[in-house]
Design a protein around this ligand. Structure first.
Ligand code: 13P
Length: 279
């Protein structure tokens, strides 16, 4: 099937009552682990990379790797720019072949967030999905935290969605990036945001959230849940354990394959938690 657009993943999830995981990749092992879990579950999915991770290889490399692996996969998967911060991030990832875009201008005040998101909309073909963020999600991703943290104001949601022309709204409702103790979604606030939003919602920071809340997100108009730290940690842990067990270990292929399996397990478990009705 190859890569599909973000809109196709959203439409298929909405029509089948599913929540798509959005899993961050950096390298071939992570990509292979994610795609194996997608094949095991059959759930439409986003594979994504943020500019902070794309610095390792570049958007073209990520596109080549992901699209090559997906060529023989029969489940819809979109390649998404996670946390694009500049319009260059948007145009460079689109030029490389990405099929779904996030413009995250949530670090700016409201009017600049709207105008940058609108410019990203102009750059992003209508057949691709555009995700924007209102409120600013706390925590750290790739050692970087936001300049400010703020929960999403439900009173701003309807106008923001309309003005930006986006198909997905990322919200800050208690969720944070990375590992932090006792993180919980404020479901009361999430409900208010859902009622004000004409488009489906996105929850970032999927690694640290309680499973019982992840399993309920479908009831709150959430269609995309981002997960990064758990995959990265699975990979680093696999290599760390191999070294601790044998400091003279040299079989990179064996340990890399163990890392792929560890990532598949994490991703499959997360897809099933998000979609408890899957058989
Ligand atoms: P976690 O690292 O907490 O899973 O968050 C990932 C994320 O939201 C990527 O945008």
């Amino acid at each position: 099937m190859g890569l599909v657009s973000g809109l196709e993943v959203i439409d298929e999830c909405v029509s089948r009552g599913l929540v798509a995981g959005a899993f961050n990749t950096t390298n071939i092992e992570t990509t292979m682990g994610i795609v194996q879990a997608v094949e095991n579950t059959g759930v439409p999915t986003f594979i994504q990379v943020a500019p902070t991770n794309a610095v390792l290889s570049g958007y073209e490399y990520i596109y080549d790797m992901v699209s090559r692996r997906l060529a023989s996969v029969g489940v819809p998967v979109a390649l998404h720019l996670d946390h694009g911060r500049t319009l260059d991030d948007v145009s460079e990832s689109l030029a490389a072949g990405f099929t779904s875009i996030m413009m995250d201008a949530s670090g700016y005040e409201y009017d600049k967030n709207v105008s940058l998101s609108q410019k990203a909309r102009q750059l992003t073909p209508a057949r691709y999905a555009l995700e924007v963020e209102l409120g600013s999600i706390g925590g750290k991703e790739d050692d970087q935290g936001p300049e400010r943290e703020a929960t999403t104001d439900p009173a701003q949601v309807a106008a923001f969605v309309e003005a930006t022309g986006a198909e997905l709204l990322a919200v800050s409702v208690g969720n944070v990036h990375g590992y932090a103790p006792d993180v919980r979604i404020d479901e009361e606030l999430l409900r208010q945001v859902q009622q004000a939003s004409a488009v489906p919602l996105v929850i970032h920071g999927g690694s640290g959230l309680p499973a019982e809340q992840l399993a309920r997100l479908n009831e709150f108009g959430v269609v995309k849940v981002n997960v990064a730290s758990d995959l990265r940690n699975a990979m680093i842990r696999t290599f760390g354990e191999a070294y601790a067990a044998n400091p003279n270990e040299t079989s990179l292929i064996r340990v890399s394959r163990q890392a792929v399996t560890a990532i598949t397990d994490v991703v499959e478990a997360r897809i099933r938690t998000l979609n408890p009705k899957l058989s």
